[in-house]
Design a protein around this ligand. Structure first.
Ligand SMILES: Cc1cc2nc3c(=O)[nH]c(=O)nc-3n(C[C@H](O)[C@H](O)[C@H](O)COP(=O)(O)OP(=O)(O)OC[C@H]3O[C@@H](n4cnc5c(N)ncnc54)[C@H](O)[C@@H]3O)c2cc1C
Length: 434
């Protein structure tokens, strides 16, 4: 079948096997003639979960245990965050860290070491993983944690499915008293104002800014900062799923500078200058994009790439300003981009976050976009930053190594656990991780 990531670029021909029972995993990796690519729900944007020989874990989704007093949850690796929320929210628990969609698996969340709107306080997903079980290339199942096989734990969290097959995991959840979020929106006229606002509200449990990347000059970085915290009282309700679906692939021309500028301007002015806290359900706060099923079809047949990078605080806001200027001058960035602050990194070999700022935005694939992204890579690396692998579809191997200086340690751990030649993806081949 034809297979792609969430960005619908690139597309490969693949044979896909579904893992339903854990017992068949060993047989699968023993009998395989070609390297295996592990796939969860395919929400990574680029080519990290595609290859010619794919093993799909999304049906391996059973709960194993849930201690309602301590909030320790154990489940198979293909369980989605959506299904976990359905189980835990009514019982007064929430995910400790969640990305901007609930349609990712636990295995995918560990393999990308995903972050949420609370990285500045709570770090990334793996920091809340008590342990996981992994089937390695040496055909053994190991229980890994920060204290047990720490080398494999550190390589697997953020390791993009290249160290082995995560089978199940135990996660420490967060207590909540209500499923609602108290949300406050603040307008920032430009990047400098936004960074000041982030600093002033550093104690806010959740924060994220929607930024208009088409604005330049003294409006560069014009944005809306959305702060959030769990309400202290109220009901514990699971948010209903969206019933709206993008019916087919949009014509590419529907998204152009004029339509995007109009959308961004409307969005900015719709938000009042500064608001008192509003009570909203957790879904529109954490997962606004989940309200439109298959929204990735809006970028047309050629698909899109999401570009997410981080620059360290030590490089100063000037580094982010320079990159934003280049994006704004290109006129190519689409819709509103997302800017967040990161707390310190966690030392895993390939985890993306590090103390600083991160920006994510989409670019519709066209002939000129890749040259622009190469230029942005150079600026990001120059500032001491890196590009997020779970969004990537085109980074060069040499630039990957500069951004992820622990790649050699990662490769040494893979070698010790028999991963080379067995676990790979279109991305790993491109990045020279064979
Ligand atoms: C709308 C949207 C918003 C998002 N927001 C954020 C965000 O805020 N923060 C963030 O960090 N990310 C974000 N993401 C990215 C997403 O969280 C990650 O790409 C995540 O890894 C996807 O999980 P998945 O189950 O779909 O994995 P896939 O996309 O199928 O796979 C991702 C990687 O995980 C590996 N993998 C999957 N399962 C296993 C397993 N069982 N064992 C070993 N390796 C495995 C794959 O090989 C691949 O390398 C967002 C994505 C979307 C579409």
């Amino acid at each position: 079948m034809k297979l792609h990531g969430w960005g619908r670029y690139p597309v490969v021909d693949a044979t896909v096997s579904h893992l339903v029972r854990e017992q068949s995993a060993l047989q699968l990796i023993t009998n395989t003639q070609q390297p295996l690519t592990i796939r969860g729900l395919g929400r990574s944007y680029g080519d990290s979960s595609i290859g010619s020989n794919v093993i799909d874990l999304s049906l391996q989704d059973r709960f194993i245990g849930f201690d309602q007093t301590t909030g320790l949850l154990e489940c198979e690796a293909g369980t989605s965050l959506h299904d976990i929320l359905k189980l835990i929210v009514p019982k007064g628990w929430f995910l400790p860290v969640t990305p901007g969609t609930q349609f990712v698996t636990v295995g995918g969340a560990i393999a990308s070491d995903v972050h949420g709107k609370n990285h500045h306080l709570d770090g990334s997903f793996s920091q809340h993983v008590e342990s996981f079980r992994i089937l390695t290339g040496l055909k053994e199942i190991l229980e890994c944690s920060a204290g047990q096989h720490p080398d494999l734990f550190s390589a697997t969290c953020g390791g993009m499915g290249l160290t082995g097959l995560i089978l199940s995991a135990r996660i420490r959840l967060r207590r909540i008293a209500s499923s609602d979020i108290l949300c406050r929106s603040l307008r920032a006229e430009n990047l400098e104002q936004l960074i000041t606002l982030f600093e002033e509200h550093a104690a806010s449990p959740y924060s994220v800014a929607w930024i208009d990347c088409l604005k330049g000059g003294n409006q560069l970085g014009r944005s809306i900062l959305m702060l959030g915290e769990h309400a202290k009282d109220g009901a514990l309700q699971v948010a209903p799923d969206s019933a709206i679906t993008v019916p087919g692939i949009f014509p590419g021309a529907a998204l152009n500078r004029a339509t995007i500028t109009a959308f961004n301007t409307l969005y900015y002015h719709r938000s009042p200058k500064s608001t008192a806290a509003q009570r909203i359900a957790y879904r529109p706060y954490f997962y606004p994009l989940d309200s439109l099923n298959h929204w990735n079809r809006m970028y047309g047949h050629q698909g899109f790439v999401q570009y997410q990078f981080m620059v360290p605080k030590s490089a100063g806001s000037g580094a982010m300003r320079k990159i934003l200027e280049a994006i704004s001058a290109s006129g190519k960035g689409s819709f509103l981009a997302v800017l967040k602050t990161f707390g310190p990194g966690n030392g895993n070999d390939l985890s993306f976050p590090g103390e600083g700022w991160t920006l994510a935005l989409d670019f519709r694939c066209d002939s000129s976009v890749f040259a622009l992204l190469d230029r942005l890579d150079a600026m990001v690396l120059e500032a001491g930053g890196r590009v997020y692998l779970t969004k990537d579809a085109r980074l060069k191997a040499a630039d990957f190594r500069r951004g992820y200086p622990n790649w050699e340690r990662f490769e040494a751990t893979r070698a010790r656990h028999g991963a080379h030649g067995l676990f790979a993806s279109a991305q790993s081949v491109r990045l020279g991780l064979l």
